[in-house]
Design a protein around this ligand. Sequence first.
Ligand code: HEM
Length: 505
Amino acid sequence: MLYLGGICFLITLFLFWYKFMYSPYQFFKKFGLHSPPTVPFFGNIFDIFKVGSICALKKWSKEYGKVFGYYIGAQPYLAVLDPDILKEIMIKKFDNFTERKKEFGFLTEIRKKAKISSIMLSMNKQDWKRTRAIVNPAFSAKKLKMVSPLIERSCDTLVEIFSDISRKNNGAELWRIFGQFSMEVILATAFGCQVNILKGEKNFLTEAATGIFTPNLYNLLSDLCTQIPFSIKFFGLFFAKRLKLTQYHSTARNFIFHVINQRHLQSYKNTNVDLLQLLMEAKAEDDQICPGSKQLTDEEITSVSLFFLLVGYDTSASLLGFTAYLLAMNPDKQNKLSQEINKYYQCNKDSSLYDAAHSIEYLDWVIKESQRIYAPASMTFRECENTCTINGVTIPAGCTVMIPIQVLHQSVEHWEQPDIFRPERFSPHEKESHHLMCFMPFGAGPRNCIGIKFALMEAKMCLTSLLRKYKFEKAPDTQVPLKTRIGLTQSPANGIFLRVLSNGF
Ligand code: HEM
């Protein structure tokens, strides 16, 4: 009896080892793909902890080439750094790679607790097609020009605030201020809410949004728990109630809910057809979605709105902060940009801020070069629907392709002296020399960032109005080199301290 018990125990142990510790890590081997050695149950999580995801990816690509696998827990990721293969995945074979990484684990539980359904980043093919078609018109060039006066209003407030900062010798932390600016802009343009965030109103919103985007342990833990699915439910339920992250989600969601209710209560029809109006007009009767319809449920309207609020805030704040930092560290480039802005206004005295911002070519190069050095969205994903072979590489069905935007932007193979800030790389004369897929701050293909034109308009208008009057300079507290915090997005780890001076024009 004891003998039989012993055998049963050993068999159980073997099955446990096979299922959780051996078999998951054979995934890439089966398809002839290389991957770094793994630690059972944890995969390559410790390598990432040790040096950070970007350094780990750079190191692995040196050892295993431009396509290799790695594991977070038991979750397999295929990192692709080959621009030709990326072009196939993101553009040519988009139908087979329409979805991103599926959302699971703690974050789903946290969102459920805050009554938020699937966000647009992780929507499945059908829901994404339906939602994107509804939202697209809000981002047309014509619509964006219509909302530009709202951005100009926040630019004017920002100039006032910078006037105060320019009197301080030690400078100020600018990333937070750019965050308030971008929150104010997205609220006004997409939701019709004129809130003076820059003057201190509703600061709890920027706090919640920052909290949601700060990379945290839970993303990694989520992936770890995929091996034992019930643990996600268990830990998710246990932690979700107690975490600050849940509170942040609830705060942001409640605010959006309030804005939607206010819009419902307005007796007149909103004439400025903003994003929220488009979403609300797509509301399905009784929350029933018919196949092929262009409608949204109530919960989807809240979730999509919330996502736009968050994503519009975080990435734009980082873009502005990183650009200010790079200009401060490269005074010759900053001088050139200020001169170009000044020259433009000398010839076009009555130009609108919108027109000025879109006419200064050098500004466009500066913003591109800033995004190349510090990509505000450091990575994106695509899920492979059916196994396929691209340029001799087999990509298994169900595999999550990881597209390391920041690593591509820093590749020595594609960029000469990638650490040097040189906006001229993007001049018409030079830009042909880099592969299209080695520069993709907004992703690529049909599922790229929907907010490209909006984000660029906002950043260009903001920098034009600031650099007409001020220049950025290194302050005693400026961190050099700048440390960044990398999750799905990239932001400065300890803010951006800079001095602001009048530029004498
Ligand atoms: C500097 C600012 C921004 C950067 C760098 C950025 C970057 C990105 C990237 C890399 C993606 C993934 C694209 C892909 O997978 O191919 C994305 C998706 C997305 N972004 Fe942005 N973004 C920015 C600003 C914005 C703004 C202002 C909005 C909206 C107001 C926005 C809305 C979205 C949406 C809705 C998606 C999901 C698109 C989809 O799944 O169809 N983004 N963004």
